[in-house]
Design a protein. Structure first.
Lengths: 338, 338
DNA sequence: CTGAAAGCGCTAACAG
DNA sequence: CTGTTAGCGCTTTCAG
């Protein structure tokens, strides 16, 4: 391994100067700077982060903390896209991204221990189970955090505007003439589930529509199978007075529900209009294609990175603690005028 | 920050002994071991990886190298699932996973530089552009590599058995009576594209069916849009003598093609049978649901982790250089007997 | 503008 | 079984 000592020797200067040169510090003449860079090139020198981190206590490492419950891990299309843009943006600032888990070498550990072990400068929280002790302990530690799924009190968050999105979906259905609107809710243990559900209630109230408990079904996870169960349950509950439209809190669930309804002989959208939430890839290829609410995952990831890095570097944040990214109604073919 | 010196003082022993205890080295009495652990607990001590890495030259860090071309980044459902299982398995061995990119602090760099900078113990290659200089330089470096997409000569790879999968798809169509089978190929710059295509040719040959150039369309990326173009092109090319079945190299493309065919008035599967490859989430929710070839992404990720870690730790590998993970035919509703 | 020296927290011989 | 000592590669005062 080639070190600054090697470069120094080759360039005919001291290691200190090499270090300064590589850190773009002032106080290195152009001539020596050039000599150092040439020497480094020639020798194939690369800074050693571990040594640097040891000396500076800064690792340029950002941890990503995914909770694997409720089918919300890396493999979830929503998060993988957020992660993608987060990672790219972080890279632009010189930060690398590492996964945080509950292990420490050979043994079980806590997320916090893992963060300290790796010495991450900050953490992206993508956990949607709220307020677990595990998460709480990293939130209340020294480590800077930004959350992209759950809005923890007094913590910076970057999340889709679930209320706005829900209202977009519901106003659209209303505009099409629907008044009997059901809601298939995401797990109410998640912020997404809660916010979309309360927006639904708020909407009904604002339109003077009475809440009908038969028009509400809650799911247990963000996955397709839940849609089948939810659709079945909804049909049973509301058999005597079926809704004309359904606002569904998540696309995969909406798609599975749609398939279920059609299997039962309902026509979508003629008999039943459906709106989803998320604009997951699949929603453009179902029959009919799904009208849904798009989340700007790129923006979420980028803003999360910007926020976290500003916090780490002690820069001013001109943004609310609870930053909301606008959503967009994507009209496709799963809704009809009544 | 609490160090081994603090723990040593608290436990009444030397830092060396603390180090030994934390590394599970022999030569620490049960009594002192216990005292050390208690002291560490009390003080909230966590090993500092940077210091450890500096001393041992081992980081317990695995790099993941994704090429962002051809729509094959982290956000691609196929890779995100592989990454998920890779990451979990690596964690079980005490390794953390970090993304490798082309940056180094403030400036552009090469993948290799980035790997050296972070000092990763090994790299997971998920790049599907073959033989770029960039990739080549990390392959020919000291760093241990495993590839999960492209099989580089003399390098360990863990990939789906594309030939077997293709044959499963094609034999199934043949079994249903199809003889005029077209192929919508994945980008032939990718190994997946190439292997699936040559299996297609091999299959035709084995059945004594002559290749018909009109029955072949190549796509340019692993994404849905390509399916629309491919379907359109296939229809134009083969208008006078349409195939009865299509073997499509990738699900999203198959789904989009299916939608296109149906929009043109073709019935699937009555007029046209379609088989995909990948078993991506979406394929279970199209109309009709897509018959496809399942890749065992969990197994790919796990085996890749196992392989890489064995290489790093100098353990024996009882496996071929080019490890193939079996695929499975998933029969759904997009194929009909002729 | 340049460099010498100390130290970041840990591990690895080597003695005891 | 335990401890002393000398680094790992880099940054950071502080002098020159």
């Amino acid at each position: 391994m080639v070190t600054i000592y090697d470069v120094a020797k080759e360039a005919g200067c001291s290691p200190t100067t090499v270090s300064k040169a590589f850190n773009n510090y002032s106080g290195v003449s152009d001539a020596t700077f050039k000599k150092i860079m040439e020497a480094a090139d020639k020798l194939g020198y690369t800074v050693n982060t571990n040594a640097r981190a040891l000396a500076t206590k800064k690792t340029w490492l950002l941890g990503v903390l995914f909770s694997e419950d409720v089918n919300t891990g890396i493999a979830h299309p929503h998060f993988s896209e957020i992660l993608q843009s987060f990672q790219v943006r972080a890279g632009e600032y010189g930060y690398d991204v590492v996964f945080v888990n509950k292990r420490l070498g050979n043994r079980e550990a806590s997320y916090l221990e893992h963060c300290k072990y790796r010495g991450v400068d900050g953490v992206l929280l993508a956990a949607n189970k709220m307020f677990t002790d595990e998460i709480q302990s990293v939130l209340s530690s020294e480590i800077k955090c930004v959350s992209v799924e759950t809005n923890y009190p007094n913590q910076h968050t970057v999340i889709s505007d679930n209320r706005m999105g829900s209202l977009q979906a519901l106003e659209y259905l209303y505009f099409l003439g629907h008044r009997k609107i059901a809601h298939i809710a995401c797990p109410l243990t998640s912020v997404a589930g809660q916010e979309r559900y309360s927006a639904y209630k708020e909407f009904l109230k604002s339109k003077g529509i009475e809440e009908n408990p038969k028009y509400l079904v809650e799911t247990n996870a963000f996955k397709a199978e839940e849609g089948i169960a939810a659709a079945t349950q909804l049909l049973q509950q509301a058999w005597d007075d079926l809704p004309t439209a359904i606002y569904c809190g998540y696309d995969e669930i909406a798609c599975a529900a749609m398939t279920t309804f059609r299997a039962q002989g309902f026509r979508v959208p003629e008999d039943l209009s459906i709106v989803g939430f998320d604009n997951v890839a699949i929603s453009g290829f179902t029959t009919p294609t799904l009208t849904t609410i798009e989340q700007d995952r790129g923006a979420i990831g980028r803003n999360a990175a910007d926020t976290l890095i500003k916090m780490i570097e002690g820069k001013e944040l001109n943004q609310p603690l609870d930053m909301r990214i606008p959503t967009k109604l994507i009209v496709r073919n799963s809704c009809a005028r009544i």
